[in-house]
Ligand binder design. Structure first.
Ligand SMILES: Cc1cc2nc3c(=O)[nH]c(=O)nc-3n(C[C@H](O)[C@H](O)[C@H](O)COP(=O)(O)O)c2cc1C
Length: 270
């Protein structure tokens, strides 16, 4: 069996989960197992569709944005096609909720020729915060990732008996989760963009990491495309020069940190 491990991971937590899951699965399978890693965070990777065969396994992880699969990925995810290919959908969320994201990812895979035999929601440090779900996935989470890998292997050995899985979420899928502004009205923070302080040393790390390719190389304080608020530029900046100062964004971040501080645990579905 060939194993394909795919992830979109602007701040690295989804990658941590998919990496550790695939490492454990490969360790337990024989050495001839082929593994292919496809990091579809860079925009150029999302320009090419991929067709997977029957004897392949697809492990695919995305972060949860607004309770759903990040909408900028929908077009690309629908270009991935399976041929009754076994799949493991994973979502990683920042300790608020994953709402309908896992169900949405599972639906997309099923509609495109994949057979999900297991699925999971893990927790990762929140993109907006350095205190909410801080340093997760942590050791305890990664132990659960290993148990999940072992349970997947059991199912792989028992494939003829594999049954359709169901995951948490509502059908029809609920609308994207919307935060409220300082007056309590729903607000749309698509227009908010990061600022750049005088700490910037022009190292271009943000340019190379932006999953939308939206930061100008010539002037890294300006954008040439949309900002999805993934915070890759903020969390990867070696001099902490990137930040958001929008008052509604800061209110939302503070609310998340206050209201969702209670530790959530991973959920596995078979
Ligand atoms: C635009 C945006 C929306 C988010 N929405 C949610 C959400 O609805 N629920 C939640 O718990 N976390 C949410 N998060 C947090 C991420 O799901 C979480 O931090 C994840 O671990 C980030 O994955 P990454 O490190 O692979 O980028 C959101 C993050 C971003 C950037």
């Amino acid at each position: 069996m060939k194993i394909n491990v795919m992830y979109f991971s602007p701040t690295g937590t989804t990658k941590k989960v998919t990496d550790s899951l695939s490492k454990r699965i490969c360790k337990k399978l024989n050495e001839e197992t082929q593994v292919k890693y496809i990091d579809f965070t860079p925009p150029i990777i999302r320009e090419k569709s991929i067709a997977f065969g029957k004897k392949e396994l697809l492990i695919i992880g995305v972060p949860v944005y607004a309770g759903r699969v990040p909408n900028i990925l929908l077009k690309y995810l629908n270009t991935l096609t399976g041929s009754d290919t076994i799949a493991i959908p994973l979502v990683v969320y920042g300790n608020r909720n994953y709402d309908d994201a896992l169900l949405e990812l599972k639906n997309i895979l099923e509609a495109n020729g994949f057979i999900p035999i297991a699925a999971a929601a893990f927790i990762g440090e929140h993109s907006f915060s350095d205190s909410l779900a801080k340093n997760r996935p942590d050791e305890k989470d990664l132990k659960i990732v290993e148990q999940f890998a072992d349970q997947i292997l059991e199912r792989l050995y028992n494939l003829p008996n594999a049954k359709k899985i169901s995951v948490s979420g509502q059908q029809p899928l609920r609308p994207y989760y919307k935060p409220t502004d300082i007056n309590g009205n729903f607000f749309d923070f698509r227009k908010i963009t990061p600022k750049t302080s005088s700490n910037c040393i022009d190292c271009k790390a943000c340019v190379d990491l932006c999953p939308m390719g939206s930061i100008n190389r010539e002037d890294v304080s300006t954008l040439n495309g949309i900002c999805i608020k993934c915070c890759a530029c903020i969390k990867s900046c070696p001099t902490q020069a990137k930040y958001f100062d929008d008052s509604n964004y800061i209110k939302h971040k503070n609310e998340l940190e206050t209201n969702f501080s209670k530790r959530k645990e991973p959920e596995l579905f078979f």
